[in-house]
Design a protein around this ligand. Structure first.
Ligand code: UDX
Ligand code: UDX
Length: 468
């Protein structure tokens, strides 16, 4: 029987698994932490001595890797062996939206969760705690538990005796770009589960750096549903302010002023009220689709359509921006060069999943524009790979990528700011002005520019939610 936790592992060395395990290793030197992944190239990059090659960019992450890698933090492709050495196994694999079959377009595809559970059932030792960290539909813990129970045939298990498994839900609330500070000082840690002893072991890890009053224990389904609900509420705030941004443009109000005034009400709060080109990232859309699916499943169609509207506003906001760009450029983008500043779904990450840039770039290319794209952390290969999925083959030659703002602006008819990188707040507009083709437009879709910095130029500025 498990008496203490010494070895933990995490299946999935992605944006969640990598940083969250790095922080556990940093805070708990007495634990051996191993992160495994089926993608051996990714593991090689986590092990690369050149820290610029780490698969995930997060401020503060490379310093932790430098401190703990090879000491109590390891990255490995040997999934089976690591599973059998571990007392506690976190599952942090991706759970994309299903593209076919029952629930296609809404439900999460749990194939990776399922294959991980089967692997655990086969290779784990006598008593193991399984922690679901991936955001998953409500009741997934039950599925994992069933797979573990039915697959742990003694003759197939490593010990020959079959194993005892306890499944906990421990959703991760980190936001990309601030993952390390979120993990060091989270608002709360949520542990859902039924088995007291298993909960105590996981609690025992977190209490090494997190105050007990911030560690909540709940039943397993509350924990799963809380994660989906938190993401849905955050996305809902973004869609709410984005809907108001359009109203500001036609009435002459300024959305930044409205956000500030509204957010100063303590009951509303100031966070997540920044208008922009719509939310992206791997979670918001997928989690809302999960809520929609589960609501429909239980016959709650009004609930489903409420959450559907949050996604509709998000899509509409992106389409609206594309249309405004076309209209301002005399309704014609054919043979025009448009510079795209920012491709990641938000600043301080190299993640492009569901980035608004994908959809806006696609619209502009389909209108005939040639794009020159620059993002401080997303490289040429990644940009091309992503766009290949949304545009037709013949349009690939309409894309170039650059290494700096001033290369992008050269001979451009417009610049479109899509990611809120700090670098874009300090652009030398005089320099840009000299390189662009007149009449030149700057579309600030993140509201990060100050008009005062452009007064000496003849650049035209359009800012989201602000009828200048
Ligand atoms: C997140 C969250 O964990 C999940 O809740 C969210 O819903 C989607 O993405 P994230 O870390 O951001 O996960 O995903 P990703 O960066 O894609 O990492 C997942 C990793 O799991 C990948 O590296 C993939 O290779 C790995 N994986 C997947 C396995 O190791 N085994 C599998 O069977 C499947
Ligand atoms: C989100 C949740 O914040 C996090 O708790 C959860 O674990 C995973 O999903 P993440 O997707 O990394 O994190 O980023 P987040 O900061 O939430 O931003 C999501 C999207 O909303 C981004 O595209 C961002 O630009 C956009 N956003 C956010 C706005 O447009 N306006 C805002 O005010 C805030």
């Amino acid at each position: 029987m498990l008496s203490e936790i010494k070895n933990i592992c995490c299946i999935g060395a992605g944006y969640v698994g990598g940083p969250s395990m790095a922080v556990i290793a940093d805070k708990c030197h007495f634990l051996k932490v191993t992160v495994v992944d089926i993608d051996s190239e990714k593991i090689d990059n986590w092990n690369n001595s050149n820290l610029d090659k780490l698969p995930v960019y997060e401020p503060g992450l490379r310093e932790i890797i430098e401190r703990r890698r090879g000491k109590n933090l390891f990255f490995s492709s040997d999934v089976n062996k690591t599973i059998s050495d571990s007392d506690m196994i976190f599952i942090s694999v991706n759970t994309p939206t299903k593209t076919k079959g029952l629930g296609a377009g809404e439900a999460s595809d749990l194939k990776y969760i399922e294959s991980s559970a089967r692997q655990i059932a086969k290779y784990a030792k006598d008593e193991t705690i399984i922690v679901e960290k991936s955001t998953i539909p409500v009741k997934t813990a039950e599925t994992i538990q069933k797979i573990l129970e039915t697959c742990k045939k003694p003759e197939e298990s490593i010990s020959g005796e079959g194993s005892v498994f306890h499944v906990l839900s421990n959703p991760e609330f980190l936001a990309e770009g601030t993952a390390i500070s979120d993990l060091f000082d989270p608002n709360r840690v949520l542990i859902g589960g039924e088995n007291e002893r298993a909960i105590k072991f996981l609690y025992g890890i977190y209490e090494n750096w997190i105050a007990p009053e911030k560690i909540l224990t709940t039943n397993i389904w509350s924990s799963e549903l809380s994660k989906l609900t938190a993401n849905a509420f955050l996305a809902q705030r973004v869609s709410s302010i984005n809907s108001i941004s359009a109203l500001c443009e036609v009435t002459g109000a300024n959305v930044s002023e409205v956000s500030k005034a509204v957010g100063m009400d303590n009951r509303i709060g100031k966070d997540f009220l920044k208008a922009g080109p719509g939310f992206g990232g791997s979670c918001f859309k997928k989690d809302i689709l999960n809520l929609i699916y589960i609501s429909k499943f239980y016959g709650l169609f009004e609930v489903a359509s409420y959450w559907e509207s949050i996604l509709e506003i998000n899509k509409w906001q992106q389409e609206r921006i594309s249309k405004i760009i076309v209209t301002k450029l005399f309704g014609n983008l054919s043979e025009k060069k448009i510079g795209i500043l920012g491709f990641a779904f938000k600043a301080n990450t190299n993640d492009t999943r569901e980035s608004p840039a994908l959809y806006i770039c696609k619209d502009l290319i389909e209108e005939g524009a040639k794009l020159s794209i620059y993002d401080p952390k997303v490289n040429d290969e990644k940009i091309r790979l992503d766009l290949q999925k949304v545009i037709t083959n013949k349009n690939h030659k309409k894309i170039t990528t650059s290494n700096c703002v001033y290369e992008v602006s050269n001979n451009s008819d417009a610049l479109v700011i899509l990611t809120d990188w700090d670098e874009f707040k300090n652009i030398d507009w005089d320099k840009v002005n000299k390189t662009m083709r007149s009449p030149a437009w700057i579309f600030d879709c993140r509201n990060i520019l100050s008009k005062n910095n452009m007064t000496k130029t003849n650049l035209n500025l359009w800012q989201l939610g602000n009828n200048l």
